[in-house]
Design a protein around this ligand. Structure first.
Ligand SMILES: *Cc1c(COP(=O)(O)O)cnc(C)c1O
Length: 369
């Protein structure tokens, strides 16, 4: 047999050299590692309440033999009505993560500059790099708040895209109205502002609706939202964008695959939208739990960031991987942070009250070590 040739195949260096996305450990892997059955899955910001019962009822009408609607017509109509936005500015994705890839593919040319915040959401960097961009990162302040002055200075340099997750994943705070207005005023015409509002539904009522603020501006923008977090549909993969204009939505549509959102996801998301009361009740209980868990952490003397999300970002004052192993031995999955300067932080999702109690017990034991 001749020697295999596959090491000589030229690959796209932008893609072959990408850093891996650091996904949270899943339940099966945690069972294997811990030898325990009762896993508290607190690494991926899923909704511990599941989703509206209307979703399962609607899925009974699924016909798996038919292709899904490539235009997501019914779901876009429902979103357009809910948001008061023309449907030609809405694009639905196989999770909002797909739309992060699509916006990069639609906008970036090799050598473009993309800016984002650190610590931040991995795909804002990975998808930019995959499209040949150079990524600049603006650090959060030491007090774990947005560094608005540094964000404004970066926007002055007119990057092709600025990815801003507000509320921040992994840190937790959201921009207030004044800060958002200052950001909007600093965006240059050559820059696309991508506001990732994956946790929009968890924010306090007095915080701004980014879509409303950006729609009143003259910027080119994309607002990203998802059904994965508040609506509890993470496994079905469905998210969407609202763009500033139909031209940008058309470019993003061209940049994605045609049948990107499967039929089950389209049915489920439309059903979830028809039962916002379920979502609001779930969110309000989770927010009360968030306050309870945050108070318990503060009482242990551990620093944690202010959170407008369904998770907390905590300085456990030791190597985050060692902390993760400690939690895993007790059947609890948390996400250890790896970005430079934040290696002593973990991100923990707010789960059921009993899972949160297990987490707090294990955190207390860790703090005593
Ligand atoms: C969870 C998350 C997403 C992606 O969610 P999908 O499941 O792909 O819709 C996007 N951005 C941020 C900041 C997230 O936390």
């Amino acid at each position: 047999m001749s020697k295999p040739l596959h090491t000589e195949l030229p690959l796209n260096p932008h893609v072959a050299g990408l850093p891996p996305y650091n996904a949270g450990m899943n339940i099966a892997a945690a069972r294997l590692h811990s030898g325990r059955e009762d896993i508290a899955a607190l690494a991926s910001n899923e909704n511990p309440d599941g989703c509206s019962p209307k979703v399962a009822a609607a899925l009974a009408g699924l016909n798996p033999a038919r292709y899904s609607d490539p235009a997501c017509t019914a779901l876009r109509a429902a979103l357009g009505e809910k948001l008061g936005v023309a449907t030609d500015r809405i694009v639905v994705g196989n999770g909002s993560e797909e739309l992060i890839a699509a916006v990069c593919r639609a906008v970036l040319r090799p050598g473009a500059t993309v800016a984002t915040v650190c610590p931040g959401f991995g795909l804002h960097e990975i998808e930019a790099l995959a499209n040949g961009a150079v990524v600049a990162k603006v650090a959060m302040r030491a007090d774990l708040e947005f560094d608005i002055a540094a964000i404004l200075a970066t926007l002055e340099k007119a990057p092709a895209i600025f990815f801003l997750s507000s509320p921040s994943n992994p840190v937790g705070p959201a921009l207030d109205r004044d800060s958002l207005d200052r950001v909007v005023a600093a965006v240059r015409p050559e820059t696309l502002l991508v506001l990732d509002e994956a946790y929009f539904e968890f924010t306090a009522d007095d915080l701004p609706d980014g879509l409303a603020v950006l729609s009143a501006s003259r910027l080119s923008f994309v607002v990203l939202r998802t059904f994965s977090k508040a609506y509890g549909l993470a496994g079905l993969r469905v998210g969407y964008v609202v763009t500033s204009d139909a031209r940008l939505a058309r470019a993003m549509t061209a940049a994605k695959t045609p049948f990107n959102v499967n039929a089950a996801a389209q049915i489920a998301a439309a059903a979830a939208l028809q039962d916002e009361a379920w979502m609001r009740a779930s969110i309000s209980a989770l927010k009360a739990e968030r306050a309870r868990v945050a108070a318990a952490i503060a009482a242990m003397g551990l620093p944690a960031a202010r959170s407008q999300t369904n998770f907390l970002f905590i300085d456990v004052r030791r190597d985050s991987q060692a902390a993760m192993d400690h939690f895993l031995s007790k059947g609890i999955i948390v996400k250890p942070w790896k970005e430079e300067g934040f290696e002593s932080f973990i991100r923990v999702t707010i789960g059921t009250p009993s899972d949160n109690d297990r987490f707090l017990d294990a955190l207390g034991a860790l703090a005593m070590e």
